[in-house]
Design a protein around this ligand. Sequence first.
Ligand code: NAP
Length: 343
Amino acid sequence: MTQKTPVAILGATGAVGQKFVTLLADHPWFEIAALAASERSAGKKYGDAVRWLDPTPLPRHIADMPVLACEPGIPGAIAFSGMDASVAGPIEQAFAAAGRAVVTNTRNHRMDADVPLLIPEINPESLSLLTLQRSQRQWKGFIVANPNCSTIVLAMALAPLHRAFGVEKVFVATMQATSGAGYPGVPSLDILGNVIPGVPGEEEKMESETRKILGANILISAHTNRVAVVDGHTESISVGLRKKATPEQAAEALAAFRAPADVEALPTSPRPPIVVHAQADRPQPRLDVGLGHGMQTSVGRVRACPILDIRLTALGHNTIRGAAGAAVLNAELLVSKGLVPAR
Ligand code: NAP
């Protein structure tokens, strides 16, 4: 890649926006051309507008960049969106209409029938929906979405089992990190030493988005919980299979899972996508959330389930694999396939 693609980050000051900055600051294919956020931040220097939370230091040249308004005239052929979902819908549409490749984390367009809900390792063929999207909406650009942060962990754990044995039923209970609620998120006096059952809207998302990604009408029962963990969503999963499998066969299918060769070659692609842990007390967020620079999904405790067939624990980094890293990988796939409109 000789010339880097200029990109904009919409919602650059938020928890996900900061992860975008970290992942894109030294990216081999992309250069940050614009940082944008709400009118509260627009006009300030990024370093003054942001409450920087990432352990990676904020590069000086990025701290000095101005924060712009989220308007389609700003630079960038790709617009990464980490905006608050209450405002993201029409802004993302305006960027797509103006010829930008909008690569979004937000929920607003995920379930639209003509929007790819993309996990490159699982359903790269979903990009064929862009032809339909362009013709239906008459946009010069397009929108591609990545799934909800809990859905990605579940879909990564289910995809190998679905391919090998056919997944029919799923019971899943999440233990979701506080960073999943953005900044400042849940008040400390609510979450410290506590578990809060129910993450609003996320159970429905896990059920519907997983069905769309895997292209299968799987019966899913999701239970969500917010726990006092900083980063990393952990999930206890039980799976009913069409073709019966032993725990060893299920663990083998998970460990053998690979992305298609063209996806595996992308800079942000985790190799392998799934790490199967043998220890009885893994995966754990504190020990395993950073594997593969936060892009690998960890699974462990693969064992027989007396109600369904197989049960296991899965873990993924919510702001990297579940958000900014997922979107960067999606954008790399779009560039590698020549789908990003020139600018
Ligand atoms: P956050 O920390 O609250 O950040 C929200 C961002 O949206 C900020 O940059 C904010 O800018 C911007 N914003 C708010 N109102 C705006 C407006 N009117 N116009 C333009 N920008 C506006 O939230 P987050 O956790 O980063 O989440 C961002 C999005 O990603 C959400 O849609 C969320 O559902 C999704 N997501 C989050 C995670 C996660 O793990 N956190 C995972 C997957 C998906 P100001 O600073 O100027 O207010």
